[in-house]
Write a protein that binds this ligand. Structure first.
Ligand SMILES: Cc1ncc(COP(=O)(O)O)c(C=O)c1O
Length: 187
């Protein structure tokens, strides 16, 4: 007998976009002189990635951050054309697809650093170098690689570090851009 698929525990989310907009506006007001990356990973934790991304852009977000290449592609296919950063590490084999959808990449592996830099020479993608500042969630990029990068690529360097909480409490962590996730949703 074919197995019937029945939703046993349905969840309904009622989302007040006005409230979400207010949250974004409050952050923008506070962070006048730094760029704003809206972290919209994991379908914006169920809020609806395309709606929230558009709302963030209308209210001044200059960058979007996602966890995976698939999330980035979904956003690109909706017509959104602002810079998107894949926050997690990618493999050199995935570079082509990132390039095709103009998804900027994070390098967080000493092993792939050189390879990815070579690929970048022929492309227009921006790269973000993940430096472990203590969370130890990703491999540490060694400073010697950073110097190598600075010498070989002549692009504007932007530094970003702060999440939602740091963007409220720690002005010294703002640098050039903040990455706001949970704060957009009111947490
Ligand atoms: C690399 C990175 N930066 C920033 C954020 C946003 O953090 P928060 O939700 O605490 O604002 C996340 C969220 O997962 C992240 O993975």
């Amino acid at each position: 007998m074919a197995e019937e698929k029945v939703a046993i525990r349905l969840t309904v989310l009622e989302i007040d976009l006005k409230k979400i907009e207010q949250n974004i506006v409050q952050y923008k007001k506070k962070l006048k002189n730094v760029s704003f990356m809206a972290v919209v990973k994991a379908n914006t934790y169920g809020h609806g990635v395309i709606e929230i991304s558009k709302l963030a852009i209308i209210n001044g977000a200059q960058y979007l951050g996602v966890a995976t290449i698939e999330e980035g592609i979904q956003i690109r296919k909706s017509g959104i054309d602002i810079p998107i950063l894949i926050l997690s590490a990618i493999l050199p084999e995935q570079f082509q697809i990132c390039s095709q959808y103009v998804l900027n990449i994070t390098i967080s592996s000493n092993q792939f650093f050189k390879k990815l830099c070579e690929l970048l020479d022929e492309n227009v993608l921006d790269i973000h170098v993940n430096i472990d500042t203590g969370m130890h969630t990703l491999e540490l990029i060694q400073m010697k690689f950073i110097h190598l990068l600075k010498d070989s690529i002549h692009k504007k360097v932007i530094i970003h570090c702060a999440n939602s909480a740091a963007s409220i409490n720690l002005p010294e962590s703002y640098f050039d851009m903040v990455r706001i996730g949970l704060g957009i949703y009111g947490y």
